[in-house]
Design a protein around this ligand. Structure first.
Ligand code: 3LM
Length: 392
């Protein structure tokens, strides 16, 4: 029976249990290579004339199971798993772009994605224009004859700004561009860009998909033809594949994605409301805040507004650091989507590689902190935040 609801789809998929002695949970195929019954079979598999595994860089049953579960979760034809989110981002971008091409990028992306695009410019003259994408005129103004890709994070790390899928996908269609969406902050439970006509979705699976802070992984989802290009070139030959144990951890993490996300989101709603009213807090950046200027977009294209909150504190960087240093339960750490609530300072941590001028343009101030609201009881999260903000 095919699952109808997404929550069920995250749990089921390992249906061929008889092949695995009836084990409820898929085994971990921790094998680098696979034997062939005879030489002819080996030849046929390498020629693509016979199914079956050959070598784990070229495919592994546990990894495949995670990829299939992710393809279903995002509503795409094919998913590929990678050794990190950045391996997924770089495999997709290098599969779409060649020397001299141009990319329209949302004004603000994860620091290493900015770093990758800077490196692609230095080495291959791939140019990137960071733009707000708030309206068609903005896109039109920056479009070049060499533009091939629109690359967005929505919500953006860490400013939480959002991009309207209907705007960019319509524009992309008119100008023959490929739309790539980094869906890390939302997870497929809250937002499915492919259903809104994006072409490729990438994730740092390290975050909500894994959910327990114990794995580094990435995944990309798209149509079969494009993902085959990524697999045969960027994945097979650059080799940033995911291991079977990490894939197994992700299969485990995904089973609880829906229940975890519901709790992350309900906690974040409470915490955002309290932060907003605290006298030490200057402003909050949270898609679920009715005063957030893109609140309407969160309503339009996300099932819930997520659990990432950025906020600025009065008193600049010093006050931000003092606040972090006073926290007793909440950990100072980059990454997000874990059971533990985490706080970090984007300007000096996740986005430190971005030169100051660009960081200012992206509106990442020195007094901004980013909170990944965890799964603890919201009263404990707030108690810690409040004492750290108040400084008493
Ligand atoms: C972070 N982000 O704390 P990995 N895309 C997005 C991301 O947020 C990230 C990646 C891709 C953080 C990691 S910073 C040193 C720690 C939107 C990662 C890359 O390669 O799996 O880390 O994903 O914001």
């Amino acid at each position: 029976m095919m699952p109808v609801k997404k929550e069920t789809g995250y749990i089921h998929g390992h249906e061929d249990k008889e092949r695995h002695y009836g084990s409820l949970v898929p085994p971990i195929y921790q094998s680098s290579t696979f034997t062939f019954p005879d030489a002819e079979s080996g030849e046929a598999r390498f020629a693509g004339n016979e199914g079956g595994y050959m070598y784990s860089r070229l495919g592994n049953p546990t990894v495949r199971e995670f990829e299939e579960r992710m393809a279903k979760a995002e509503g795409g034809e094919k998913a590929l798993a990678f050794a990190s989110g950045m391996a997924a981002v770089s495999a997709v971008l290098t599969s779409l772009l060649k020397s001299g091409d141009h990319v329209l990028v949302s004004k603000g992306v994860y620091g290493c994605t900015f770093g990758l695009l800077s490196w692609l410019y230095d080495r291959f003259q791939v140019r990137a224009a960071y733009i707000s994408m708030e309206n068609e005129a903005d896109l039109e103004e920056h479009l070049q004859p060499t533009t091939k890709v629109i690359y967005v994070e929505t919500p953006i790390n860490p400013t939480m700004k959002m991009t309207d899928f209907s705007l960019i996908t319509k524009f992309a269609k008119e100008h023959n561009l490929t739309v790539v969406v980094d869906n890390t902050f939302a997870s497929p439970y809250l937002q499915r860009p492919l259903e809104r006509n994006a072409d490729v979705v990438v994730h740092s699976a390290t975050k909500y998909l894994g959910g327990h802070g114990d794995v580094i992984a990435g995944v990309a989802v798209g149509n079969f033809d494009f993902m085959e290009v990524v697999r045969k070139n960027a994945q097979k030959d650059m080799g940033g594949v995911l291991g079977s144990f990490e894939s197994w951890l992700l299969l485990r993490g995904m089973k609880t994605l829906a229940v975890r996300m519901d709790r992350h989101c309900s906690n974040a709603k409470v915490i955002a409301g309290k932060l907003k009213n605290h006298p030490q807090v200057e402003s909050i950046f949270f898609p679920g805040d009715p005063d957030f200027n893109q609140y309407y977009l969160a309503k339009k294209q996300m099932d819930q507004p997520g659990a990432m909150i950025s906020f600025t504190v009065k008193g600049g960087k010093e006050a931000a650091f003092n606040m972090m240093n006073r926290l007793k339960m909440i950990a100072i750490a980059v990454s997000l989507g874990d059971a533990e609530t985490l706080v970090q300072h984007p300007a000096s941590m996740t986005h430190a590689v971005i030169p100051e001028a660009e960081r200012e343009f992206m509106e990442i101030g020195d007094n901004m902190l980013r909170l990944s609201v965890g799964l603890e009881h919201h009263e404990d999260i707030w108690r810690d935040l409040e004492q750290a903000l108040t400084g008493e």
